[in-house]
Every structure is written in structure tokens, then in C-alpha cells.
Design a protein around this ligand. Structure first.
Ligand SMILES: O=C[C@H](O)COP(=O)(O)O
Length: 252
């Protein structure tokens, strides 16, 4: 049985004091033995404070990116070793904003996924098509290539430790959500790729999230779909109230 994940990706928002207040507000409202895993993906600057603040609660803290090397001359970057040492448990890898604006490729995503796993971090691997690709009926090809590229060379048991987030680029921050059925269909395609490339057991084990304008008003429909195991949420995760509503929806 896959446990759904509600992950709030704050992107480049909040100051440290705002971030800490948010965690103080939500951490004791995550039901223990919750049916969903609740995660906040924070800018690196606040990770240490947030991990401390969330200790002993059911709220997990994630990074939004990392380098694939353990150390070296990579100015401005953060290593997986440093994240692990802070007590971070998850890391978002290959978000479309990083692919689009910071030169992430399937190859760098693959290196980062391997590095995360080797440090015991759970990678949340983002895939998804642009509007142009969708209109050219290339959605399935694009996500297939991205999923295969991200997981290239991994063992079945390592793949089972990953999370995939399907985020159609045209639905991110636009207010346009894929219909639950369309989102489910593409998550199903991803599961089929996992099954064909690795095994049916692997496909069954991997949590596949949907992301793109998820909000309290549409979360229930999305979570009700067979192949959608949670959500990666940007805008609607910035306010504690709204984040808690998303987590509550997963507990109903
Ligand atoms: O990582 C989160 C996604 O990019 C979705 O962002 P959004 O919920 O603001 O559309």
C-alpha cells in the first residue's frame, strides 16, 4: 500500500522567521499515524532551523535541489552529504524550473538521483511536458524519456526508494490544473514505464505525485485517482491553513 505524500514546495519564498513560524503552526496539526506523509521543501538557508523545529513531529523537511558531488569547487551549491548531515530526508530533483532556467538535464538528474540515494536521501524526481509538447501529443514520450533517464542504471531496490512527481509545465503556477483523469492517465503511463523497465513490484511500490495548481479545492479529486499518490504543491503550500487542508484531505 503506497502512502500518499503531500509536499509543499515553497520555491524561493519566505524569510527564515516566516519559515519557522509556518513550521511552528503546522507541526502539531499533522496527525500522528497520519495516512499521508507531510513534507515541506524549503530553501537551503532555512533547512537547519526547520529540521530542528520539526524534530519529534510527523512533518518532514526537504531540500529543493542539490549537487551530485559530495564536495568540491562548486560555488553556491549544496552537497547531498551536507543535506544528510542536517537531517534532511527528501530532496526535489529536476523540477521543471531547474530544467528550464538552470540547465538541468536528464543526465544531471540521473547523477543527482544516484547521489541522493547513496546518502539515504529520498529523491522526488520531477517530470512533465510543456504546453507545446502536450499540443503535439508528445506527453507520453516526454515523460517516458525523463523517467527512464532519471532512473538509468539504478537497481530495482533503489528505484523503489524514489518518488516521482508528474508536473505538466503548463499547469505550474498558472491556475490550470490537468483534469484528475488526465493527470491519472499520465501517472499511469509513468507506472507502466516503471513496470516495463524494472518490474511490476517496483511500479507498484513507487509513489507518483501530481503537481500543477493543486489547491484545497481540487486535492480530493486528484487523490481519489488510482495512480496518483499525493501532490507536489507550490502556491497553495505557502500558507499554513491551506497546507493543512491539503494534508487533511489525504487523511479523509
Ligand atoms: O513544485 C511545485 C509545482 O511547481 C507546482 O506549483 P503550483 O502548485 O504553484 O502550480
Amino acid at each position: 500500500m503506497r502512502k500518499p505524500i503531500i509536499a509543499g514546495n515553497w520555491k524561493m519564498n519566505k524569510t527564515k522567521s516566516e519559515a519557522v513560524s509556518f513550521v511552528q503552526e503546522v507541526k502539531n496539526s499533522i496527525p500522528s499515524a497520519s495516512k499521508v506523509e507531510a513534507i515541506v521543501c524549503s530553501p537551503d538557508l532555512f533547512l537547519d532551523a526547520l529540521v530542528q523545529e520539526a524534530q519529534g513531529t510527523d512533518l518532514k523537511i526537504a531540500a529543493q535541489n542539490m549537487h551530485f558531488e559530495d564536495n568540491g569547487a562548486f560555488t553556491g551549491e549544496t552537497s547531498p552529504a551536507a543535506l544528510k548531515d542536517l537531517g534532511v530526508e527528501y530532496v526535489v530533483i529536476g523540477h521543471s524550473e531547474r530544467r528550464d532556467m538552470f540547465g538541468e538535464t536528464d543526465e544531471s538528474v540521473n547523477k543527482k538521483v544516484k547521489a541522493a540515494l547513496s546518502h539515504g536521501l529520498t529523491p522526488i524526481i520531477c517530470v512533465g511536458e510543456t504546453l507545446e509538447e502536450r499540443e503535439a501529443n508528445k506527453t507520453n514520450d516526454v515523460v517516458t524519456t525523463q523517467v527512464k533517464g532519471a532512473l538509468e542504471g539504478l537497481s530495482e531496490s533503489d528505484v523503489q526508494k524514489t518518488v516521482v512527481a508528474y508536473e505538466p509545465v503548463w499547469a505550474i503556477g498558472t491556475g490550470k490544473t490537468a483534469s484528475s483523469e488526465d493527470a491519472n492517465e499520465t501517472c499511469g503511463v509513468i507506472r507502466e514505464v516503471l513496470s516495463n523497465t524494472f518490474s511490476a513490484d517496483t511500479a507498484d511500490a513507487v509513489q507518483i505525485q501530481y503537481g500543477g495548481s493543486v489547491k484545497p479545492a481540487n486535492i480530493e479529486d486528484l487523490l481519489g485517482q488510482q495512480d496518483i499518490d499525493g501532490a507536489l504543491v507550490g502556491g497553495a503550500s505557502l500558507e499554513a491553513d491551506s497546507f493543512l487542508k491539503l494534508v487533511e484531505a489525504g487523511n479523509e
